[in-house]
Design a protein around this ligand. Structure first.
Ligand SMILES: Cc1cc2nc3c(=O)[nH]c(=O)nc-3n(C[C@H](O)[C@H](O)[C@H](O)COP(=O)(O)OP(=O)(O)OC[C@H]3O[C@@H](n4cnc5c(N)ncnc54)[C@H](O)[C@@H]3O)c2cc1C
Ligand SMILES: *[C@@H]1O[C@H](CO)[C@@H](O)[C@H](O)[C@H]1NC(C)=O
Ligand SMILES: *[C@@H]1O[C@H](CO)[C@@H](O)[C@H](O)[C@H]1NC(C)=O
Length: 560
């Protein structure tokens, strides 16, 4: 007992010493954040939260990346159409400690998304760390990399180049800016007399009145553009090679699909059942809205659930005949298009290639990452080839759920790893982990392809990263200590705020925020408050009579 103070004191001073060392080290720990889109913004904030010193380089003149709509396509930045609306809902996709205003609609257009990013940047004072109109043109290992893990980053600003050294790099440059444009597959397109372009160049439906338009591809953009053009064009053809699952943005009873689907309870259920049953059930559920086979959309492989399209209008546009689904294109000639079911459509005026994007990292000197189907990243973040975890990719993912909340958790994890506060396994364990994940991927989604090799499960991935940093909620302990919250955590939507209840980065409003999730979901649509509906007197009378009769019978039986 007497010894205790003596044991404690050295321990305390040791902790203090480490703390001082860290705060000293933090002053000189410089992080380069490349890109100021959804990923870059949260990366800057997470650096600040951890006491690192971020410098963000953004090639365009504003924040927002994908979500900043401009009339003209910019080099190296994603380009969207004017009618784009998010396919994930606000409660599920917001940053975990920064709720969207409760008056925002559940699915946001780009104006609202930008409003949110601006509020986030302003509230956490992020803008002063961003250097706009600054292109990162080269990232290479510092000569001392073997011992320090440092990087040299070369920027181009107003045509002047400048190189500086950073302790860490966070790559947040997105992966929707380099179009996949397979013109080689259609050599005869040179003779095509109409207009053809990539969906990246589509802005709105002006100028298509009375035209016959063919859209190649059935991803989110293809379906959106088809719906939009179908209101002005004479006819829209939607060509698909493999089919696609189309579903609504809202699920049962009109709640946002992601708030209904991503619950811990369903996750548990899904993991317990054999995958064949899960696939069968998912297919049944999706086909309940409309039989995909009857609409020519049924995927050839039913396991294609890694790429659902959330579109409420396509079905009605097909039913009205303004959109016609076609099979794969085999040949484009001067004025007509041939398909692989040996049909031909004549007098086509416009062909739009909604064929997606490729990954491109033009700023690396050496092949740090292979831009193909077999991207080797530990936890989808750190290149396996580097011995030191000093360069991480944020947002090089395609989650089956909302993107922003995932990018944020990645940034939280990475900054903890940078600071050495999080166990980082040796090379061998990393390679094993990557191999295991690949195996799991193939089991769930089939062989990876360019378009979907970055697909991942939502809750599973967030849990994995947050359990490393001690921010994963312990459901059982919450169920015991705070049953109402525990219930919501397990059966309610797995919102990002769940990862702000405990551990580093704890947010004191997290509990209240989680408990009021459903209120905020219905708030924007409940613009007319419905008073208690009057029940018919006849039914009330009938019910009372049945109750009385049952009671009487029970009493009689008891007497006997
Ligand atoms: C059409 C479309 C719709 C989407 N809808 C949704 C949705 O509804 N819900 C959802 O969760 N996800 C959606 N996504 C996924 C989307 O990827 C994320 O929403 C997110 O906005 C991506 O953010 P990011 O910061 O990773 O990349 P980006 O937003 O692409 O930002 C990258 C930034 O890096 C900059 N940059 C690039 N290269 C350099 C360089 N060399 N030097 C300096 N700066 C550079 C770019 O200018 C850009 O500002 C959608 C994507 C697309 C394309
Ligand atoms: C987005 O929605 C808001 C209202 O919620 C509206 O004011 C704005 O004009 C819309 N933007 C676009 C591009 O439709
Ligand atoms: C939402 O749309 C984007 C753009 O097409 C896509 O990359 C993303 O995977 C979609 N999100 C979901 C959850 O399907």
């Amino acid at each position: 007992m007497h010894k205790r103070p003596y044991v404690r004191c050295p321990h305390l001073s040791q902790t203090m010493f480490i703390c001082v060392l860290f705060s000293f080290a933090a002053i000189i720990m410089k992080v380069a954040v490349i890109g100021a889109g959804a990923s870059g913004l949260t990366a800057i904030k997470c650096c600040l939260d951890e006491g690192l010193e971020p410098t963000c380089f953004e090639r365009s003149d504003d924040i927002g990346g994908v979500w900043r709509f401009t009339e003209h396509v910019e080099n190296g930045r994603a380009s969207i159409y004017e009618s784009l609306v998010s396919n994930t809902s606000k409660e599920m996709m917001c940053y975990s400690d920064f709720p969207m205003p409760d008056t925002f609609p559940n699915f946001l257009n780009h104006t609202k998304m930008m409003d949110y990013y601006r509020m986030y940047a302003e509230t956490f004072n992020l803008l002063k760390y961003i250097q706009f109109k600054t292109l990162v043109c080269n990232i290479r290992k510092h000569p001392s990399f073997q011992s320090t893990g440092q990087w040299e980053v070369t920027i181009d600003k107003d045509g002047k180049q400048q190189t500086s050294t950073f302790n860490f790099v966070m790559i947040c440059t997105g992966h929707y800016s380099d179009p996949y444009y397979p013109l080689d597959s259609f050599p005869s397109i040179q003779q095509f007399q109409g207009q053809y372009f990539h969906s990246r160049d589509f802005k709105r439906s002006d100028g298509y009145k009375g035209k016959k338009v063919l859209i190649i591809g059935t991803g989110s953009s293809a379906c959106d553009i088809a719906v939009e053009l179908s209101r002005t064009a004479a006819q829209v053809f939607l060509s698909t090679r493999k089919g696609t699952w189309v579903t609504s943005r809202t699920s049962d009873k009109g709640y946002p699909w992601d708030a209904c689907l991503f619950t811990r309870f369903q996750e548990w259920f899904k993991n317990k059942l054999p995958s064949s049953i899960v696939l069968w059930w998912t297919e049944k559920k999706i086909n309940m809205w409309f039989q995909h086979a009857n609409y020519g959309l049924q995927p050839t492989k039913s396991s294609q659930f890694r790429e659902l399209v959330y579109n409420d209008e396509l079905l009605s546009r097909i039913t009205c005949g303004s959109v016609l689904v076609k099979s794969a294109v085999t040949e484009i000639t001067a004025t007509s298009v041939e398909f692989d079911d040996e049909t031909t459509e004549k007098d086509i005026d416009v062909v739009i290639f909604a064929t997606g994007y490729i990954y491109n990292f033009p700023y690396f000197d050496e092949p740090i990452i292979k831009a193909d189907n077999s991207i080797n990243l530990y936890r989808n973040i750190f290149p396996a080839s580097l011995k030191k975890p000093t360069l991480g990719f944020i947002g090089l993912i395609r989650p089956l759920g909302p993107f922003m909340s995932v990018a944020e958790v990645q940034a939280r994890w990475v900054t903890r790893v940078f600071k050495g506060l999080c166990n980082f396994p040796p090379q061998e364990a990393i390679m094993k982990d990557i191999a295991k994940k690949k195996e799991n991927f193939i089991k769930r989604f089939g062989k990876p392809q360019q378009s979907n090799s970055l697909t991942m499960e939502y809750i599973e991935y967030l849990d994995e990263l947050t359990s490393d940093i001690g921010a994963k909620p312990n459901i059982l302990s919450f169920l015991l200590s705070d049953p109402a919250l525990g219930w919501m955590l397990y059966f309610g939507p797995c919102t990002p705020a769940q990862y702000r209840l405990t551990g580093p980065g704890k947010w004191r409003h997290a509990r209240n925020h989680i408990m009021t999730t459903w209120d905020r979901i219905v708030k924007p649509t409940r613009t007319r408050v419905v008073k208690k509906v009057e029940k018919s007197i006849a039914i009330t009378f009938l019910l009372s009579a049945v109750c009385a009769l049952t009671l009487l019978l029970a009493a009689l039986m008891y007497q006997c």
